[in-house]
Write a protein that binds this ligand. Structure first.
Ligand code: S3P
Length: 439
């Protein structure tokens, strides 16, 4: 554990570049590892979560290496040819690695054991076990359907049509990845759209995948058994990492910060819309396409924010950004209400409970409900809470640590976080960029 106090800051300014998108980085390694031949990945996020995926793909027989120029090279093992890992796969803190790789194993004639840290070992896996068991895989999970978990894949697996009971790109992707090595057509019905990086990138790697609509719901069909061809992937900057700086520059008076190369896939860009609705001044500069994803530079200038009722329908498009949105709300004028956020209780931590406790400690007025938070903002006044000697509990959750770092910038006396090491799971350059922007 490394504690750190985030002190009040002057304006954020200059130009920064956030690291590659975590969701896209995981998928690039997985799909390249399934292709036959050599792929290159530029801009890969080199955070602990993604490195766990790289290690797992090596254990499945892919060759994965980082070049001196920072470009990663992957020689794939081929769909249907994954090797059985000789040891348990340590997924660390990474739910995305775990759930997507479970999908891969489910339709291969191999057995794999998944382990993780205390946070990951408490998270629900039944949501992927259920559909993958329908496809023929068998499981020995810990009590409550959690890690450590052993998965025996089925060969051949059975194609299914699965309607997602929770809005989860991880569950959707797990089923689609299992479908890659399943003869026939595997379908996922998605009542509420979630991030579509799997669909976009699998198509690029040559999978036969169709996206349609039935009764207002999205239907994704994947044809197995697939042959993937190698591809060169360029990973855009992570909007979920940019989020901390979008909020920081919006609430620290005098700020004018440009964040380069931010991915703005519509299934990820919810925070931008919500901040603008609150009055934020964020300009999209030089919109373009990078690696099949929409991207722009964001110029963020300080603006007085106003509290709003956040439409729960936008939640999937900003599901990881709520912790830092709560910080923005704590500084806004008036009340912000959020609802429909029960999924936040099963992320790296219970993010509703963790942020309610952390913001209260920092001096914000927050009410916690079953499915959201109500936050009465200061109207721009600094947060004045318990002295910085009282630590905010990070709970092994990178986004709690970074959100409360942002809260520290707008506090009267600083905010102390008990552990900053989880930040390395998704954003290893965060502390340096924060210093740079605030210098
Ligand atoms: C992710 C999907 C989201 C998100 C997570 C990454 C992905 O989880 O919270 O950080 O890469 O597919 P759910 O799909 O479970 O909501």
């Amino acid at each position: 554990m490394t504690s750190h106090t985030f002190a009040p800051s002057g304006p954020l300014s200059g130009t920064i570049r956030v690291p590659g998108d975590k969701s896209i980085s995981h998928r690039a390694l997985m799909f390249a590892g399934l292709a036959v031949g050599r792929s290159h990945i530029t801009g890969l996020l080199e955070g602990e979560d993604v490195l766990a995926t790289a290690a797992a793909m090596r254990a499945f027989g892919a060759q994965v290496a980082r070049g001196a120029d920072g470009i990663w090279t992957v020689d794939g093992a081929g769909v249907g040819s994954l090797l059985e890992p000789r040891q348990a796969l340590d997924m660390g803190n990474s739910g995305t690695s775990t759930r997507l790789l479970m999908g891969l194993v489910a339709s291969h004639a191999i057995t794999a054991t998944f382990t993780g840290d205390a946070s990951l070992s408490g998270r629900p896996m039944k949501r992927v076990i259920d559909p993958l068991a329908m496809m023929g895989a068998s499981f020995e999970a810990s009590a409550g359907g959690t890690l450590p978990l052993m998965l025996r894949g089925a060969s051949p697996a059975v194609p299914i049509t699965y309607r997602l009971p929770v809005a989860s790109a991880q569950v959707k992707s797990a089923v689609l990845l299992a479908g890659l090595n399943t003869p026939g057509i595997t379908r996922v019905i998605e009542p509420v759209p979630t991030r579509d990086h799997t669909e976009r990138m699998l198509t690029g790697f040559g999978a036969k995948l169709e996206v349609g609509e039935e009764n207002g719901e999205t239907v994704i069909a994947i044809h197995g058994e697939a042959d993937l061809r190698p591809m060169d992937v360029v990973v855009p900057g992570d909007p979920s990492s940019a989020a901390f700086f979008m909020v920081a520059a919006s609430i620290v008076p005098g700020s004018d910060l440009t964040i380069l190369n931010v991915g703005l896939n519509p299934t990820r860009a919810g925070l931008l819309a919500v901040l603008r609705q609150m009055g934020a001044d964020i300009e999209e500069v030089n919109p373009r396409e990078v690696g099949g994803e929409p991207v722009a530079d964001l110029r963020v200038r300080y603006a007085a924010l106003t509290g709003i009722d956040v439409d729960p329908a936008i939640a999937p498009a900003m599901i990881d950004e709520f912790p830092v949105l709560f910080v923005a709300a704590a500084l806004a004028k008036g009340t912000t209400r959020t609802t429909g956020l029960e999924e936040l209780r099963v992320k790296e931590s219970d993010r509703l409970a963790a942020m309610a406790a952390a913001l209260q400690m920092a001096g914000a007025r927050v009410e916690e409900h079953e499915d959201g938070l109500t936050i009465h903002g200061t109207g721009g006044e600094p947060l004045r809470g318990t002295p910085a000697s009282a630590h905010v509990a990070t709970r092994l959750d990178h986004r709690i640590a970074m959100s409360m770092a942002v809260a520290g910038l707008v506090s009267g006396g600083g905010v102390s976080v008990d552990d900053t090491t989880p930040i390395n799971t998704s954003f290893p350059t965060f502390m340096g960029l924060l210093q740079e922007a605030a210098a």
